[in-house]
Design a protein around this ligand. Structure first.
Ligand code: PAN
Ligand code: ZN
Length: 197
């Protein structure tokens, strides 16, 4: 089948409407929830993870997606809402991933809430970017990316990337990022990842 004849492909401009009050845009094509059980290996305090999964397996974040497919391109839009909270003393966060394709970057735009964007290369260069509403970060190819919500409010960010980028979660699943973000004396602190010590 010709690409132009496949479902959802349009070579015309398309807009969706983002609601700053809720962090939800519409229309969107798909929504995914990530619950505690989806992130169970990611948090360092495994006893708290097990207890939360047994209790109500809470939603940690959700993502609304929309693909903008044309006959020659595949731009993806994703808006993630990370609910506030901690697992033990470690703040709620996304799983984090590399892009499979080596030449695929991404733009992340924090529109609400506060936290950190953690970035790490495959050879261990690490950066933690303080995130506030209005922070826009270009994630270069081959930098893994994870967002941490350190506030009392929901953290909402907009992501734009090519669907062909692909997602590689395996290295993060295996050993996480170089640092984790925990509450210490009532404030967020970055500490070395206990799984790597
Ligand atoms: C984002 C992420 C989204 C959820 O759309 O996929 O924020 O984070 P995880 O995929 O790490 O669970 C993106 O970075 N796309 O490439
Ligand atoms: Zn990504």
């Amino acid at each position: 089948m010709q690409r132009a004849m496949m479902d959802g492909i349009s070579d015309l401009p398309i807009s969706v409407q983002f609601d700053f009050a809720t962090g939800i845009f519409s229309p969107y094509a798909d929504i995914s929830e990530r619950r505690m059980s989806d992130l169970k290996e990611m948090f360092y305090d495994q006893s708290v993870v097990a207890a939360a999964m047994a209790l109500d397996n809470p939603i940690i974040y959700e993502i609304r997606y929309h693909p903008f497919l044309t006959s020659v391109s595949d731009m993806g839009l994703g808006v993630t809402r990370i609910f506030p909270g901690k697992v033990g003393d470690e703040y709620h966060m996304t799983k984090g991933h590399f892009h499979e394709q080596p030449n695929q970057p991404e733009i992340y735009f924090c529109v609400r809430g506060e936290g950190y964007l953690l970035l790490e290369t495959r050879v261990g260069e690490f950066e933690a970017v303080r995130w506030l509403p209005g922070t826009i970060t270009h994630i270069p190819p081959q930098w893994a990316h994870r967002v941490v919500n350190t506030g009392a409010d929901i953290l909402v960010f907009v992501a734009s990337y090519h669907l062909a980028a692909g997602h590689d979660y395996a290295p993060i699943l295996a050993h996480g990022f170089a640092q984790i973000v925990v509450e210490q004396d009532g404030a967020p602190a970055l500490i070395p990842n206990p799984r790597r010590i």
